[in-house]
Design a protein around this ligand. Structure first.
Ligand code: ATR
Length: 264
């Protein structure tokens, strides 16, 4: 039986096993998918002794997304540019590291707006998730503006991906934007939004990557103004669908993982 896993520290919160096992069930794939808690100090040993001899693939989450790079033979272009790996797979006996968060975010957006080219997109946050999303949207030829609490990080991210940044949200003309994305942790287990209520417009699409809770203040404010909303489960599901394609060469129906997300 083939073995897959998600590794992180902590890991008990991970939804990856339930998403992937739903796919195994649908296609009657004989495989297991487990969540394994690996401390940073044990990463090297676990990869060399356990992963390399037993596993066909792994999803990588916090805090290993950067440090895992030194153990792979080849990094995909997305992993290199984003500077983070969330997926390990084998190809021609080489261990590859890639990043599916970027395509996951793009696919999630495309469910509401299939044509991202030339869209004006405001991204709140300049951390790891933001970097993956900016990478994908730049390839899709969107016009990106980044805002971050710590301005220098917005500036650096904008420079790396040939985008714009703003120091204050009061600088933006909200009417100009098509899509607003929250990649900050504001709203995670709290009723707060990083985006002022008064800046929402009916024409906006609001996308929050926070999925605890699914209905965040960011999305509730947008919805109240008549904007369309995309909840945080979508990015998680679409990046897992990309992993499924890489590992099993199967385009799984999104609904299968969507349903699994809600079954606890
Ligand atoms: P991830 O990998 O999920 O992106 P991260 O790299 O730690 O996590 O990034 C967290 C993001 O949330 C950052 O943009 C951070 O802003 P700073 O760079 O200023 O720290 C943002 N963030 C976290 N708490 C915030 C808060 N209270 N207000 C605004 N932004 C916040």
């Amino acid at each position: 039986m083939k073995k897959y896993c998600v590794i992180g520290h902590p890991i008990s919160h991970s939804r990856s096993p339930q998403l992937h096992m739903a796919g195994f069930q649908e296609f009657q794939i004989e495989a297991e998918f487990t969540a394994i808690d690996i401390k940073p100090s044990n990463l090297s040993n676990w990869i060399k002794t356990t992963f390399c001899s037993e596993y066909s693939g792994a999803a990588i989450t916090i805090p290993h997304k950067k440090n895992i790079a030194e153990f792979v033979d080849i990094q995909s272009e997305s992993a290199q540019k984003i500077g983070a790996i969330n997926t390990l797979f084998w190809k021609n006996n080489k261990l590859w590291g890639t990043n599916t968060d970027c395509l996951g975010a793009l696919r999630a957006l495309e469910t509401i707006n299939p044509n991202i080219e030339n869209k004006k997109i405001l991204i709140l946050g300049a951390g790891g998730a933001s970097r993956a999303i900016v990478f994908a949207l730049q390839i899709a030829k969107a016009h990106i503006t980044i805002w971050n609490r710590t301005v220098i990080k917005a500036q650096e991210l904008a420079e790396d991906f040939d985008s714009e940044y703003v120091r204050e949200l009061s600088e933006i003309d909200s009417d100009e934007y098509d899509i607003i994305i929250n990649t900050t942790s504001v709203g995670l287990n709290e009723w707060k939004s990083p985006f002022p209520e008064s800046l929402w417009r009916q024409q906006h699409i609001a996308f929050d990557i926070v999925y605890k809770p699914l209905e965040t203040k960011f999305l509730a404010d947008a919805f109240a103004k008549g904007a369309q909303t995309i909840t945080g489960d979508k990015m998680l599901v679409w990046q897992a669908l990309e992993q499924f394609k890489i590992w099993h060469n199967i385009n799984l129906e999104p609904e299968i993982m969507e349903r699994a997300f809600f079954v606890y």
